[in-house]
Design a protein around this ligand. Structure first.
Ligand code: UDP
Ligand code: GLC
Length: 380
């Protein structure tokens, strides 16, 4: 199938990493169009996936934008829409992977008379989006998209609750290649030397820095834990949330935790890093649409605690394949971490169960087959 994928970002967020796996499956005849240059384009090139940047400056709408900003940005979007519509002539369908890509893709699909597929990777709730943004997304999806693919049941339900049509939305979980995560290497010694991280009980947090990803909740929890517990923060502010990083640094100073929190920056060796941790913590304070890091930890053999909301609840069975903790509850989080630290055997058993669960339910082959089948059913 000849697919024109659209993604607004040049950064390597979870939506872009997931799209890479989908685009790879269709790579022979497809193209990924981005609205800005950046590491995502570099990754596509390395993977041998055709890509093109249509506009260098991303349209200035944010998740919290109001109606005036939205209307002003339409003028800015027009050249992009026209360029996408022209490119789309050579493809069977337009596949929008992000919200701004939906706005552009919807208009382009009308002009080019091509079907539109929207891969919805966001929870369209008040915690994540302004009312106007939700309205625009739902209206465009309802009127222009032949098929909406949701990355979890939670994402699907929020779409329907926001007024989205239930008939055209299907759930496909993200998929992963288990082999990428089966590493026997531990980076502990290397990390000890490079970042001066003393040995102890290492809790890894793998995420872009953004207030709703809740790195601050983990730092807050750390003050209740014994001094052997250390936090490794892996990631960076991908979408301009530098103020939040400053907030975290101030918080660490205030609590005197400088020696126990380690910033590793954005990394591309996630499987080896996860395999080097004793525990992975996912601490989103708003419902997580899916949460790639949770399944990745399972595949890397590292036990995981996830925030008990959104798609994360579909990935983890509390006490069997991981632990669920109420979002934004540092004391409870500290209690679960302390429990994991004390119960080594249970940790191992849970990691084993989680690995089997992830291999069985979240393989990249299953995901790509499911998407290919949906495209056949709805488009062909
Ligand atoms: N990630 C990465 N390098 C980092 C931090 C995170 O490659 O330094 C990856 C992580 O392994 C995961 C993705 O970024 O695959 C984040 O996806 P997730 O679904 O967890 O959250 P999102 O950022 O998409 O909301
Ligand atoms: C989005 C969501 C994340 C999800 C990813 C891939 O970035 O925030 O939860 O895992 O898309 O679908």
């Amino acid at each position: 199938m000849k697919v024109l994928f659209l993604d607004q970002s040049g950064q390597l967020g979870g939506a872009e990493l997931s799209l890479t796996d989908v685009a790879k499956h269709f790579q022979d005849q497809s193209l990924v169009c981005l609205f800005e240059e950046g590491p995502f384009a570099e990754k596509l090139a390395v993977e041998g996936i055709s890509w093109q940047v249509i506009q260098h400056k991303a349209p200035s709408i944010s998740k919290e934008s109001g109606i005036v900003q939205g209307l002003l940005s339409i003028r800015q979007l027009l050249p992009l829409v026209l360029a996408v519509a022209k490119t789309a002539q050579a493809y069977q369908l337009i596949y929008a992977n992000t919200q701004k890509a939906l706005v552009v893709g919807a208009m382009a699909s009308v002009l080019a008379r091509k079907p539109l597929v929207y891969h919805l990777r966001d929870i369209l709730s008040a915690e994540h989006f302004s009312p106007i943004n939700r309205k625009v997304a739902v209206t465009l999806a309802n009127t222009c998209a032949t098929l909406v693919i949701a990355n979890s049941q939670a994402t699907r339900q929020a779409f329907i609750d926001a007024g989205g049509k239930a008939e055209t939305i299907e759930v496909v979980y993200n998929g992963f290649d288990p082999q990428r995560y089966q590493l026997e290497i531990s980076l502990r010694q290397k990390l000890q030397a490079e970042f001066g991280i003393p040995d102890g009980f290492w809790v890894g947090h793998f995420s872009r820095f953004s207030p709703w990803k809740g790195q601050d909740v983990l730092i807050e929890a750390l003050q209740y834990l014994d001094p052997g517990v250390r936090v490794l923060l892996v990631g960076k502010a991908l979408f301009g949330e530098d103020e939040y990083v400053q907030h975290l640094q101030a918080q660490i100073q205030d609590y005197g935790l400088q020696d126990r929190v380690h910033f590793l920056g954005f990394r591309s060796d996630i499987p080896a890093l996860m395999a080097s941790c004793d525990l992975v913590a996912h601490t989103s304070t708003a419902p997580e649409p899916f949460g790639r890091v949770i399944v990745e930890a399972m595949l890397a053999g590292c036990p995981v605690i996830a925030a008990d909301a959104g798609g994360a609840t579909e990935l983890v069975e509390h006490g069997t394949t991981g632990w669920l903790c109420p979002p934004n509850d540092p004391q409870q989080l500290a209690q679960i971490i302390a429990h994991c630290q004390a119960e080594g055997d249970q940790r191992l058993q849970i990691a084993k169960n989680a690995y089997a669960n992830a291999v069985q339910n979240f393989s990249v082959d299953q995901t790509n087959q499911a998407i290919a089948m949906l495209l056949q059913t709805y488009i062909a």
